[in-house]
Design a binder for this molecule. Structure first.
Ligand code: BDR
Ligand code: CA
Length: 325
């Protein structure tokens, strides 16, 4: 049995955010202590509501907190093209309306309080823009030494998606990401260079649908996500990249990924570079290298083991929602 990871999931659900939450809920080595929502794929009112819907629909006993309504400086129109206007649109039946309520405490305060109550124990899994984490570190810089690690989906060592250079989560609040990168907190990065290797294949969605005939909101939601990707990237593609579950999959089974420790910075200037993660991938001999390798960067994934793990979790979730509705 692998180690138990106590985690807070900071997210902007989001189809792949939902898959990440369900993978964490599915696996016995993960304990989700809280879910904190941030604006990103959609306005906060939707991402927080989607997080509550997920918790309720799948019967997860996890408190949900709402966080930042806006990035620190960057202003953009919340995108609807990948996740739909709600942030969690479906090709069929979506998740039912939430029954439970958001916690009254702000997400940033909840993160601070929970990390300070268990120094060195809590992993932050950040799968949306880094606004909440940057605010927590601004209020309490000492948190950087108390957070066990920040495992995040964002950035890229190669191509971007929202611009040629930048990945969405980092671009959405590059100032926040820069603060986190410079904070001294331990960082583990799953960027597009890795997540473009981790596909939800057509046969995986078919397996989820087959496992639960009749109403299957999990398969419907993944169909919406993959369908959008095929319209954008080409119908010939064997699958759609599911980014966010990579962070959880690595906690469950680190052997699925190869990582390298590298110096990294977030660019906040103009000229098309805003939001780029600049990873120094030049070969370095550690014995005479004074640069600080502040980020462990995933560079390679085992696509089959990843897809099997995520599909198993979503099959489990599809059964759980029918039992819970
Ligand atoms: C990231 O952006 C969002 O659309 C996804 O949920 C993921 O976190 C991929 O660039
Ligand atoms: Ca996300």
């Amino acid at each position: 049995m692998s180690a138990i990871h106590r985690i807070i999931i900071d997210c902007d659900p989001g189809h792949d955010d939902m898959a990440a939450i369900l993978l964490a809920a599915f696996h016995p080595s993960i304990e989700i202590e809280a879910i904190t929502a941030v604006c990103g794929n959609a306005p906060l009112v939707h991402t927080a509501d989607n997080a509550l819907r997920i918790v309720d629909a799948f019967g997860l006993d996890v408190p949900v907190y709402a966080g930042a309504e806006a990035p620190l400086l960057h202003r953009y129109a919340f995108p609807a093209e990948f996740h739909g206007p709600s942030g969690l649109d479906s090709a069929g039946q979506g998740l039912p309306p939430a029954r439970s309520q958001l916690q009254t405490q702000h997400a940033v305060d909840a993160i601070i309080e929970r990390v300070e109550a268990a120094p060195g124990e809590i992993t932050l899994v950040v799968i949306g823009p880094m606004t909440n984490i940057a605010l927590a570190l601004a209020l309490r810089p000492s948190l950087a030494q108390k957070i066990k690690q920040v495992v995040f989906m964002g950035g890229s060592a190669t191509e971007g998606n929202v611009t040629p250079a930048a990945e969405f989560n980092i671009w959405a609040d590059a100032e926040a990401a820069r603060m986190v990168f410079r904070s001294g907190v331990k960082l583990v990065m799953f960027g597009l260079n890795a997540t473009h290797q981790t596909l939800m294949r057509r046969e995986d969605v078919a397996r989820i649908r087959q496992a639960h005939k009749g109403s299957n909101p999990v398969a419907d939601i993944m169909d919406f996500y993959c369908g959008t990707y095929y319209r954008f990237a080409g119908a010939d593609k064997p699958g759609a990249p599911v980014h966010d579950p990579c962070a959880i999959a690595w906690l469950i089974d680190p052997t699925i990924f190869d990582l390298v420790e590298r110096p990294a910075e977030v660019l906040v200037g103009a000229d098309g570079g805003y939001g780029q993660t600049l990873i120094d991938m030049r070969p370095q001999d550690p014995s005479h290298d004074a640069r600080i390798r502040n980020v462990a960067v995933a560079i390679k994934a085992d696509p089959n083991r990843f897809a099997d793990l995520v599909t198993q979790a979503l099959v489990w979730a599809a059964g759980r929602i029918s039992a819970n509705s």
